[in-house]
Design a protein around this ligand. Structure first.
Ligand code: SAM
Length: 243
């Protein structure tokens, strides 16, 4: 039951749907999600899980995974530490279905740009990995002293794929924009970074190209030859606290 008196029943797959799909806000498609699930299962991004694990406070139990996608990061974290009250949230119904399956946690299909279905001052942490960020709502749902963990691509992230036209361009000065967008509500406490190269086979590159924002733009024809390509993975993990 929400504070306005609305009651919702979870369906048998374990999630609630709060998005009016007739508005055309659907998030990631099944094809994008399947490409991401296949790629992430290979473990090439596990150093990113290490950083998120280091950024999340040890006692964080009530965690909202906003823009959860296939639930890879939350599932990996759950295997390492008890996240007793994890909530998987995404605007894509297919994403929430996969994330609920991967984590065993409840899920909700919700638009991050609408009021989130979470009580105020409730969450120990909000996790937002390569997903949209609503500073006001994240600040509202976090308890005082809570933690917002945001993962964003660094300038050299997947640069080899961008050079080949397999990915759309990236916003320059991403961290400055991030700090600015969150600055009215949050103070930056820490920033962890990693950058490493991985050799990828052609099929892995096809999935990598299809699983990101470029998947929505159709910029992922399977044009790789049979050789492997070295691709740079570079991300920043920013740790904020509500003001
Ligand atoms: C690049 S994916 C990242 C998914 C996941 N965090 C990961 O890294 O594997 C971005 C996710 O944000 C979701 N998303 C996009 N717009 C959204 C919105 N308005 N509200 C909630 N989720 C949204 C997409 O459906 C997608 O699952």
């Amino acid at each position: 039951m929400c504070s306005s008196g609305h009651a919702f029943d979870a369906n048998k797959r374990g999630y609630l749907t709060l998005v009016d799909r007739s508005r055309g806000i659907l998030g990631d498609t099944r094809e994008i999600l399947e490409a991401r699930r296949r790629f992430l299962a290979l473990g090439h991004y596990s150093p990113i899980v290490d950083l998120i694990d280091a950024a999340l406070p040890a006692g964080a139990v009530d965690v909202v995974d906003s823009g959860c996608g296939s639930g890879y990061y939350a599932a990996e974290l759950t295997a390492r530490r008890p996240l007793a009250r994890l909530l998987e949230l995404d605007v894509s119904l297919d994403a929430v279905t996969l994330a609920v399956r991967a984590t065993g946690a409840p899920g909700v299909v919700a638009d991050v740009w609408r009021p989130l279905p979470v009580r105020s001052d409730r969450a120990d942490a909000v996790l937002c990995v390569f997903a949209p960020r609503n500073a006001d709502e994240f600040a509202r749902v976090l308890r005082p002293g809570g933690t917002l963990v945001v993962v964003t691509p660094a300038p050299s992230h997947l640069e080899q794929l961008r050079q080949r036209g397999r990915l759309i361009g990236m916003q320059p000065d991403k961290l400055e924009h991030l700090d600015e967008a969150l600055g009215a509500r949050f103070v930056l406490r820490d920033r962890l970074s990693t950058a490493y190269d991985v050799p990828l086979a052609a099929t892995e590159i096809d999935d990598l190209a299809a699983m990101g924002p470029s998947g929505h733009h159709g910029a992922h024809p399977g044009t790789e030859d049979a050789s492997t390509t070295t691709v740079t993975v570079a991300v920043d993990v920013s740790v904020y606290q509500p003001l």
